[in-house]
Write a protein that binds this ligand. Structure first.
Ligand SMILES: *Cc1c(COP(=O)(O)O)cnc(C)c1O
Length: 362
């Protein structure tokens, strides 16, 4: 095959072709320096310039205030499930958690090892196919922090707004970071594995309000302390250098597109076309509550949860060059992930395929 597929994978996910080509061009000999980014010392002036550029671009596009630090770490979003409680817990104070799916359940498991957790809202009874009403949540008075996930990659739900909590708000944004404009000052910590909406796996981005690092407990392993990473500009040890380079290219790409305002509009439009196609076609339905539907992960099914027809759908889609449309193994069905890098054209191709498929098989 010498043609690229249209890849709807939930993560690692598709990247803009221009970025891959740039990386290809740079791969053997970065900017005429005679070596690749992978081979550079992380302390070299070349790599430091790549690092500083990536951080500056991220700060620019996400509009990150000075009182926030940006850390480029490893261990995936899953390590943050442990790092957050190890760094932010306060003696005796509970953690408020909004339970909206598998990722918050995994976080809950790790937070519970360190502090008491109040699950202040949960949609588990609705199989996580909707989100709790933010305004009706009762938060604890003395919580160390409030924990939530902005976009539930597996169930296809996404918060359209965030609670105003007294305690710092910690949000797993792995699957919708940089997909829309946000006011960073509303958050205590934002973290994300890079492989959904930024670049290669192996890089984890943490945006943290600086004062929160003072909570750090120096008894904890050094590699698990935000403060140590921050004091060492994410170079306490060797950072994921190639991932940081790729992330920098992605931040440039977002900037060139016109920044998050343009990206947000594009994402809304792509999602609308796809949800409209699902809602208007008698063969398919979206199981997610209308107001809570994700602009990133579009979950859908064939009416009657017809597994055989869903399998045929994936098989024929693949033959048409549309891949990775399988729902998460824990929920089944179909899912199209349409992160920033997924083009309008690709979404239209899927919509056209759905139309053809439903006519053929109805
Ligand atoms: C993918 C994902 C994770 C897990 O990320 P890893 O980098 O594999 O640890 C956590 N949270 C959300 C919302 C995700 O989409």
């Amino acid at each position: 095959m010498n043609k690229r597929v249209v890849n709807f994978s939930a993560g690692p996910s598709t990247l803009p072709l221009s970025i891959l080509e740039q990386a290809q061009q740079d791969l053997v000999n970065w900017k005429g320096k005679g070596l690749s980014v992978m081979e550079m010392s992380h302390r070299s002036k070349e790599f430091v310039s790549i690092y500083e550029h990536a951080e500056q671009q991220l700060r620019k596009i996400a509009n990150i205030p000075e009182d926030y630090d940006v850390l480029f770490l490893q261990g995936g979003a899953s390590l943050q499930f442990s790092m957050v409680p190890l760094n932010l817990s306060l003696n005796g104070a509970p953690v408020d958690l909004i339970n909206t799916g598998s990722w918050t359940k995994k976080a809950l498991k790790e937070i519970s090892k360190v502090s008491k957790v109040n699950v202040v809202a949960s949609t588990e009874d609705a199989n996580f196919l909707s989100l709790p009403e933010i305004d009706s949540i009762q938060f604890s008075e003395n919580a160390a922090y409030t924990y939530m996930c902005s976009n539930n990659t597996i169930f296809g739900t996404q918060f359209k707004s965030f609670p105003k909590t007294v305690a710092p708000l910690v949000v797993d944004m792995s699957s919708d970071i940089l997909s829309r404009r946000l006011n960073i000052s509303d958050f205590g910590v934002i973290f994300a594995g890079a492989q959904k909406n930024i670049g290669p796996s192996g890089l984890t981005i943490v945006i943290i309000r600086k004062d929160l690092m003072e909570r750090s407990n120096s008894e904890n392993p050094s590699m698990l302390q935000y403060k140590i990473h921050s004091d060492n500009t994410s170079m306490y040890n060797t950072p994921p250098t190639f991932g940081i380079y790729m992330a920098g290219l992605m931040f440039d790409w977002i900037d060139e597109q016109g920044g998050l305002e343009v990206i947000e509009h594009k994402n809304e439009l792509k999602a609308k076309i796809l949800y409209d196609a699902i809602d208007s076609n008698e063969m398919f339905y979206c199981p997610v509550a209308h107001a809570d539907r994700s602009n990133m992960n579009v979950v859908f099914r064939v009416q009657g949860n017809h597994v055989e027809l869903e399998d045929t759908f994936m098989k024929e889609a693949k033959e048409a060059g549309l891949t990775e449309l399988k729902g998460h193994r824990s929920v089944g069905g179909l899912r199209a992930s349409i992160y920033n890098a997924q083009s309008h054209e690709n979404v239209t191709a899927l919509v056209e395929f759905m139309d053809t498929f439903s006519k053929k098989h109805s």
